[in-house]
Every structure is written in structure tokens, then in C-alpha cells.
Design a binder for this molecule. Structure first.
Ligand SMILES: *[C@@H]1O[C@H](CO)[C@@H](O)[C@H](O)[C@H]1NC(C)=O
Ligand SMILES: *[C@@H]1O[C@H](CO)[C@@H](O)[C@H](O)[C@H]1NC(C)=O
Ligand SMILES: *[C@@H]1O[C@H](CO)[C@@H](O)[C@H](O)[C@H]1NC(C)=O
Ligand SMILES: *[C@@H]1O[C@H](CO)[C@@H](O)[C@H](O)[C@H]1NC(C)=O
Ligand SMILES: *[C@@H]1O[C@H](CO)[C@@H](O)[C@H](O)[C@H]1NC(C)=O
Length: 439
């Protein structure tokens, strides 16, 4: 790998200056409690397949549901006249907040004063809907307000903790289009000083890392912010199951999380004829492998898709119990008759797909639970998609492939901890004990 992409530590701590000072001056008793880690509860929306979470924001406090995104630098929330809060503060031009958000646009209001126009406030242009890729030309007002989330000891949700000045961007109503019903914005988990994990870990001086454990439909998943343990029933700390791979810095897309896939194996055999050039990141920032929860299924560049699906299909059909293909169920292309597959307690027996990382013995295994989608009673399909001939990123690892895996994004060490499917260890993301341990 070129030196350009080598270890690139990333520091959230600039924020300490303005958040900690305000945290300690608030009169709220909870502010004196120093949590070890924090927690978000995650659900999956059945129509958009987006992963959503809930924060408590504003004064008086209201629950705000947001879609999670690993590529969005700062949280954005619908403002406008339904946003009522006595602690809302637009960021004044020239303030630290505007500098942090790299916002150079200052809004002035022509007299006379009118509601909705806050004079001398800065606007962030990094406002984007990652599902429609719409970016409002005028950006959105940068502002702070109170945000509360649950703390955790790694085993249960604990008491709520407060950031008095959580920095976010105000979005117009039109930007919500394409988001799940009931959602009023996007929780930014991108590699940015303004991301939700960065702001909370800076404010409470906890390690700059977060761990994602996404659950399938109708179950709850979890995001931890800070160090483990990450305890799941029956009392297993998942930090003991982690393997590690470097997070690769892509200068052209510095807010996204890339990992260095070197090759792909299907059923333990190297998939031939994968163009290695596509697996690396070129000078323009194209290629490589990115993790993105805004795609429900992994996307592979066309030639990689063909090579992997061909190998998978040949092995399944050339076994002692040959699988039978059935008509594909959209959006999938490769589907099998479940009665022609053999099963274990966990699911169908199919070749594992291994993403080989920095060396032969470090790989991310995509086993049946993360490769086979039960598209209908009569069709079990390979949950990979053709990403097209010239995608910007060659491999986009999507939501279905990371469900019931735990992924720890360690920002300070610039590495990803990953488990592959926890189901083989008899753990599911929903096995976190969501009962609060606060009386
Ligand atoms: C906004 O500020 C500018 C200069 O700072 C001033 O000229 C203008 O009158 C102000 N607008 C309102 C509505 O107060
Ligand atoms: C099919 O299986 C046979 C026997 O195991 C093996 O010799 C052959 O190479 C296999 N073909 C493919 C395409 O995997
Ligand atoms: C980040 O890592 C460096 C060493 O690489 C360490 O000195 C520093 O304390 C860490 N910062 C935080 C906030 O964990
Ligand atoms: C905090 O945890 C409790 C218990 O699981 C839950 O009822 C509540 O909704 C959580 N609050 C937030 C803001 O996530
Ligand atoms: C979940 O946590 C609560 C509170 O600590 C505890 O009372 C309960 O026994 C736990 N449930 C399980 C299944 O461990």
C-alpha cells in the first residue's frame, strides 16, 4: 500500500475546548457524572432498510429519530417552525464552532428583523442527504443545542448524559425526502471532528472509538461510544472476539471509512481474475473498499461481482448436494431453491466469502447468515449487488453484510476491529440487555 495511505491518526480533541468548559459550568447534577461509555439503540426501518437511532434534544426535551450514516460528517436535523427550544443557539460568525465546521459563509439579515433569520450566523455547506445525494445550495445554519443520550457500563443502558452545546446543522424540510418515515435528520458517524462519536467522546474524555452492532428487522441493535466491554447475553464481552485491520486514509474522501481488502476467497479458494488495481485506492481517491450503512446490500464493481458470483454458484452447484437455481427475485440475481440446500442449526450451507485483509490469515468472513437473503419461501438469494462498471468505490460493504457483526471504529488508532458473524458464537446484536440499570 502506498505511503500516502499509511497510519493516519485522527484526533477529535479540538472540541474539548468548548464542550468541556460548558459541561462543567452547567448546574445539572448529571454533568458531574463522568460516564465510561455511551450507548445508542438502533432499529431498522422496514421500508427503506435504513438504520435509525434516537437522541433527546432541546429544551423542553423531545426525542429525535435520526438515520445513521457512516459518511456524514456532522449531524443534521430538520429545523423550521416545528423546532422549538429555548437552548437553541445559532453559531455566530467567526466563532470556534464556525471554524470547526470550516464554515466561511456568514448570513446577514436585511432589516427589519424577522423570525427565522438569525443575523450574523454561519452556514455549513457540508449538508447532504446520503440517500438522494441532494445538497442544498445554500447549506444550513450551524447551531448548538442540548443533546442527551444514555451512558453505559458495557452491560446495560445507564443514566442519561448531557452535552449542553451539541453542534449540528439545520436542514430544510425538502432534505428529508428519501429518509425513513418519522426520521428528522441524519446522525453523522463519519470521520470528522464534528461527528456524533467525536463530540461525545471529547466532551466526556472517553476513548475516541465507537462500535456498531446492527440487528436485522424487528430487533434492536446498538452503537457503543468509548471503550468496551461490549457485553452481550450470555455475559460475553465481544471485545475478546475482535480481529483488527487498519482504517485506510483516502485523502479524496477523508470522511469515509476504508479498509484494505487484498483479495477475495470463496469456499476457501482465491477468486481468480480479480483486478487488484480496483482493490487499491488510486490517486484520485477511486477504488478500494468502503463501509457504508446507506446501502442495504454490498455493491461490487461489475468484474468483481461476476468473478465472485460465478465462483459461488459453481461451488454450490458442483457439490455433492447440488443446489438448484430458481428465478431471481429482485433486486437479487442469484437465487436457489431452499429445498435443494442443506441446512445446519444456523442456516443454509453455502461457501463462505472471505475478504482477505492485510495478510492471508486476517480476513472478514461473510458466512451464510450475512450472504443469503430469504427473498421468498421459494428463493434464497445471494445478497450481493452489481455496483456497475465504473463505480467510485470498488467494494461498498452494505448493511446486510454487517448485521450481527460487531465493528469497532477506533479513530485514534485508525483501525477497525471486526468479528464476522456473532451468530456462530451464539450471540446476536439484539442480545444486548436493553434494560436500564438505573433505578
Ligand atoms: C444584521 O446585521 C447587519 C450588520 O451587522 C445590520 O446592518 C443589519 O441591520 C442587521 N439586520 C437585522 C435584521 O438586525
Ligand atoms: C467440481 O467438482 C469436481 C470434483 O470435486 C472437481 O474436480 C471440479 O474441479 C469442480 N469444478 C468446479 C468448476 O469447481
Ligand atoms: C491517542 O493516541 C495517542 C498515541 O497514539 C495517545 O498519546 C493519546 O493519548 C490518544 N488520545 C486519546 C484521546 O485517546
Ligand atoms: C435509554 O435507555 C432506556 C432503557 O433501555 C430507554 O428506554 C431509553 O429510550 C433510552 N434513551 C435514549 C435517549 O436512547
Ligand atoms: C438485564 O439487566 C437487568 C438490570 O441490570 C437485570 O435485572 C436482568 O436480570 C438482566 N437480564 C438478563 C437476561 O440478563
Amino acid at each position: 500500500m502506498a505511503s500516502l495511505f499509511n497510519h493516519h491518526p485522527f484526533i477529535c480533541s479540538l472540541l474539548i475546548i468548548y464542550i468541556i468548559s460548558t459541561t462543567t459550568t452547567t448546574t445539572n447534577a448529571a454533568a458531574t457524572f463522568r460516564p465510561k461509555a455511551l450507548l445508542l439503540t438502533v432499529s431498522k426501518d422496514s421500508s427503506t432498510l435504513q438504520y435509525t437511532t434516537k437522541l433527546i434534544q432541546r429544551t423542553p426535551p423531545v426525542p429525535v429519530t435520526l438515520t445513521l450514516d457512516l459518511g456524514t460528517p456532522s449531524t443534521w436535523v430538520l429545523c423550521g417552525n416545528r423546532y422549538v427550544s429555548s437552548t437553541y443557539r445559532p453559531a455566530t460568525c467567526g466563532s470556534t464552532q464556525c471554524t470547526l465546521a470550516n464554515s466561511k459563509i456568514c448570513r446577514t439579515c436585511p432589516p427589519p428583523a424577522r423570525p427565522g433569520c438569525n443575523n450574523n450566523t454561519c452556514r455549513s455547506l457540508s449538508l447532504n442527504n446520503p440517500f438522494t445525494n441532494i445538497t442544498p445550495r445554500r447549506g444550513g445554519e450551524l447551531a448548538t443545542d442540548i443533546v442527551r443520550i444514555n451512558s453505559t457500563d458495557g452491560s446495560n443502558p445507564g443514566q442519561l448524559v448531557t452535552i449542553p452545546k451539541y453542534l449540528f446543522v439545520c436542514a430544510p424540510k425538502s432534505l428529508l425526502q428519501g429518509l425513513a418515515k418519522g426520521v428528522s435528520g441524519v446522525a453523522g458517524l463519519g470521520k470528522s471532528k464534528l461527528s456524533l462519536p467525536c463530540q461525545f467522546s471529547s466532551a466526556f474524555r472517553i476513548p475516541q472509538k465507537f462500535a456498531l452492532c446492527l440487528a436485522p428487522l424487528r430487533e434492536n441493535g446498538v452503537v457503543f461510544i468509548g471503550d468496551g466491554p461490549y457485553n452481550f447475553s450470555p455475559n460475553i464481552d465481544v471485545t475478546t472476539l475482535l480481529s483488527y485491520t487498519p482504517l485506510i486514509h483516502n485523502p479524496a474522501r477523508s470522511g469515509n471509512y476504508f479498509i484494505g481488502v487484498q483479495g477475495i476467497k470463496v469456499g476457501g479458494k482465491e477468486v481468480p481474475s480479480i483486478n487488484k488495481y480496483l482493490l487499491s485506492i488510486n490517486r484520485k481517491g477511486s477504488g478500494g473498499t468502503m463501509i457504508s450503512v446507506n446501502h442495504p446490500y454490498t455493491l461490487l464493481e461489475t468484474s468483481i461481482y461476476k468473478a465472485v458470483t460465478t465462483a459461488f454458484d459453481q461451488q454450490l452447484r458442483n457439490s455433492s448436494f447440488p443446489a438448484r437455481r430458481v428465478n431471481p427475485v429482485a433486486p437479487f440475481k442469484l437465487c436457489y431453491d431452499p429445498t435443494s440446500l442443506s441446512f445446519t442449526r444456523i442456516g443454509p450451507v453455502v461457501p463462505d466469502i472471505d475478504l482477505v485483509l492485510q495478510s492471508e490469515d486476517v480476513f472478514w468472513r461473510i458466512a451464510a447468515t450475512n450472504s443469503i437473503v430469504r427473498a421468498s419461501d421459494n428463493a434464497y438469494c445471494l445478497g450481493l449487488m452489481d455496483g456497475g462498471k465504473n463505480p467510485r468505490t470498488s467494494i461498498l460493504i452494505g448493511g446486510f453484510q454487517i448485521e450481527d457483526n460487531l465493528l469497532e471504529f477506533d479513530l485514534n488508532k485508525s483501525r477497525l476491529g471486526f468479528t464476522s458473524s456473532l451468530i456462530y458464537d451464539r450471540i446476536r446484536c439484539s442480545f444486548f440487555n436493553f434494560t436500564s440499570n438505573v433505578l
